[in-house]
Design a protein around this ligand. Sequence first.
Ligand code: BDR
Ligand code: CA
Length: 306
Amino acid sequence: MKRIPLIIDTDPGIDDAVAIALALYSDDIDVRLITTVSGNVGIEATTTNALKLLAYFGKDVPVARGASEPLIRAAQDASDIHGATGMEGFDFPEPKRELLMERNAIDAMRDVLMKSEEPITIMPIGPLTNIALLLKAYPEVKARIERIVLMGGSVTRGNKGVMAEFNIYVDPEAAKIVLASGVPIVMATLDAGLGTAIPPEKTAQLKDMGKVGLMAHDLFQRYRKRSFGTGLKMYDACAVACLLKPDLFDMADAFVDVETAGELTAGCTVVDLKGYLKREPNATVTTGVDSDRFCDWFMEGIGHCA
Ligand code: BDR
Ligand code: CA
């Protein structure tokens, strides 16, 4: 398999840390750029965290700082869950600041896309602010994007609002722009993520599975103590699995839009699986996952991160 050239747009965050590791250590992925966005925590923290992760992994990938707030709405984070910095409780080395580019995320993505000889996949695993800005500021990049494989949205329920998944909830207007862009999109949804619970007996093994396993074990133990004992869900890792092992998922092509005006439902993705709206599909949506096979894939992937 030819290595997939990839840009990761991220808000690390512990789910993100694991997904970034799986992508960076994969023999089948070539990570060209990491861009940061405010989401789980603010932009300074997500950027510092990306640089800390690269120092810990010993990988040199350029990092570009992105948006500090959503397009229109006030910034919101998940520091109630993730703590002020998003990745406390693990002894990371100093952030590798020399990897931080002068250029902002939007210009850095444009450069990587326009200079590449082959189309590049973008994997957003945070709010879609940077990607919407990129597509609006530089529409010429659309032809250079192989596809956007994102973690976000849901077919059924939410994890932030009743109906809204966190990444879309934070910046629904950005998600709407991305979904309407015409670029091929794969959505690793909350519905799939909910089926990825890694059982406690496997989670316990992580700490003896090399540096990435140890990191995942310690971070999740701190931040997800409850699900540590019941099953840890790996939301952002689903986007990596969609790239490398799409047959783990049930998928359907559908028209997807985002509710931006709803009093109770802002940030909800409306996934028209039955064609009620009579619109052409604009995304391939995961509707479920083979939990056992995902768990095997995940453990094998972490084992490979050495
Ligand atoms: C998403 O929200 C964030 O908290 C996680 O990092 C993931 O990207 C799951 O809804
Ligand atoms: Ca994330």
